[in-house]
Design a binder for this molecule. Sequence first.
Ligand SMILES: Cc1cc2nc3c(=O)[nH]c(=O)nc-3n(C[C@H](O)[C@H](O)[C@H](O)COP(=O)(O)O)c2cc1C
Length: 730
Amino acid sequence: MTISVWRYSHLALAVSSFLFLALASLTGIILAFEPIGQQMSNYRVKDFDRITVAQAVTTLKKTYPGITDIDVDTYGFVTVKGTDAAGKKVLACVDARTGKVLGAPPKQSEFFQWVTAFHRSLFLHETGRAFVGVIAFLLSLIAVSGTALVIQRQRSFKRFFARIVNENFSQYWHVVLGRLSLIPIIIIALTGTYLSLSRFNFFPDKKIVHKIDIDHMKTDPQRKLAEFPVFKNTLLADVRTIQFPFSEFPEDYFTLKLQDRELVVNQFTGDVLSNISHQKTTIWLNLSLELHTGRSNIIWALVLAVASANILFFIWSGFAITLKRRSGRVKNKFKADESQIIILTGSENGSTTVYAASVYRQLIKQGYKAYLTDLNSYEVFPQAGQFIIMTATYGVGDAPSNASKFAALMSKYPQQQTVKYSVLGFGSHAYPDFCKFAFEVNQSLLKTNWAEPLIDIHTVNDKSPADFSLWAEAWSQQSNIDLSLPLELTQLPKKLRKLRVISNTKTGNDSQTFLLRLETKRSTKVTSGDLLAIYPAGDHRERLYSIGMVDDQIQLSVKLHQGGLGSEFLHRLNAGDLLQARIVENPHFRFPVEAPSVVMIANGTGIAPFLGMIAQNKSQTVVSLYCGFRQKASFEPYADFLKEQQNLGRLEQLRLALSREGEKQYVSDLLAADASFIAKTLQEGGILMLCGSLAMQKDVLRLLDSICAAFTHHPISYFQSHSQILMDCY
Ligand SMILES: Cc1cc2nc3c(=O)[nH]c(=O)nc-3n(C[C@H](O)[C@H](O)[C@H](O)COP(=O)(O)O)c2cc1C
């Protein structure tokens, strides 16, 4: 069964019952405290479980000669009815070992009576009881469909309790608590259903009738009560009630109602005159009551209270998940067959669709005929000039459920005209196959004769607005259509840090590049490869710069662009100035300490994070740096530093390409010359890191694609999805 069938069943069942389920759970939590409160009172004596009926009956008969009944409730409280030696009426809880009165029998408080009545019938009498039964049954179906969803999410039954990545509060805890409280909830649901069905006599129970031959009752051999074998062999904890003989005439006898049977016992000889087991239905009924109410075990009562509270949480978190999933939905203004830009999404939990919807709205606002749909609705789009494909990855690098049919549909419906496309993968580096499905989609489009890439595939890690911005900028440039971050992500962040400028080299050479050093506090968590977000105009406009941590200071390498909002602002800063900024963690672009070797590829100011990473390479991982600049002068600011790192053994190889001087090479030319080394690095598990311009990234990726095809058994997407090619280009 597909994930959506289970999901829709789970949702439909929850929607149809949530109000009553919430009321039942709320009252259930309250009622769970009744047995807890009862069991707290001190009427249950020490070692109650070891007292035999023989001990109890002997002691109590001696203390209360006129005793008629002993009741033992589920809490282990023993109540005596009858008269004492002075003929005074007794109705009290007693210590069965000594006969001492402990107090009056506990009564259900009016409050608990009220809550119980509401819980059972919602004050709607028999109709309410039937209704509550149906709700309990629906709860068991919700639990079953939820279990199926967890199994599908975890990809096998065996991995049911395997780790879950915490990406979203409501979703994470919905699954984690769902798994933990699954069994108590199923028990609550099934026992609740059974109790309701019993109430409506679905399981008819025959009353026990003892057939006693009164005319032939023996009085010999007479035994003391303490010597009755049946009394000696029965524990008081197994007894519900003991009715004493009404008189000392031979035809009167003891009646013992036990958990599972009823016994009639001769009052003189102790012989068992009748022994009838309860029907299975009665045993089930009692068990259901115990399990549903927790009345005989304080720990179980607590488990029930927690499980009921969890049901309330599931109602809230379930709706939060659904609302999030649906929040990105839009109503298309144009039809599919008249639209020029088709946005196709693959999303499991809706966050990708939120981004896609924002792109859609921006395009419509600018007068473009755009159409937004999911990848499973792919068809022939006769007017399309562009596809924007935004998709998440699920399972083990699989398609989200609304994109699972895309591969089949694409081969079935080739487009009749050339369509430019851009793929934006949403994923998380917490999973081994990062954005794998997006890479697969990209590869399959590359193979068609009608699709042409507008820009290279981009990825968004952990819904990073910064990653999305990089794609939006690249896409805007190529398509000449404005695109920005969704509005809700564009507000100026509240928590900005004030960083003191330590030095600014300003532009002292032809390259217009300058290095800016900023002070960090010990508490500032920042690593080379992270990004520094600055807000030069004091509004939502954010500019991001790659950070290299050198000498425990943030070092930015910036190219001054005329009229550049960020670079001109940074260029104006002097030592001692304070800069308001935010550190954007970029965990997927960190120095891979455990890798056997690392090849760093940069052009221009893209060298910035690598300077910090090389300085950080104290374990002396084999690092090669391929960097490209226009002229030698642009490389000068880094030359001494890199030489020093080579002497310290932190940088193995430095390869420099100058595009406007000498051999006029690009960094990709150096890589092409070292193709077998690059392929070997990948095959041995080494990591390639790219930082610099998108144009360089495009060149290098194209080259790597052919290196992989020629030297390795894997396509480039294999190494990308195994995080062996890390990129941070802009
Ligand atoms: C169960 C599960 C499995 C996932 N598997 C992968 C994966 O294999 N590769 C990946 O890059 N991301 C994976 N992700 C992360 C999602 O693709 C990522 O969070 C995405 O932004 C979710 O988008 P959505 O909210 O539109 O579904 C997984 C997430 C979940 C909850």
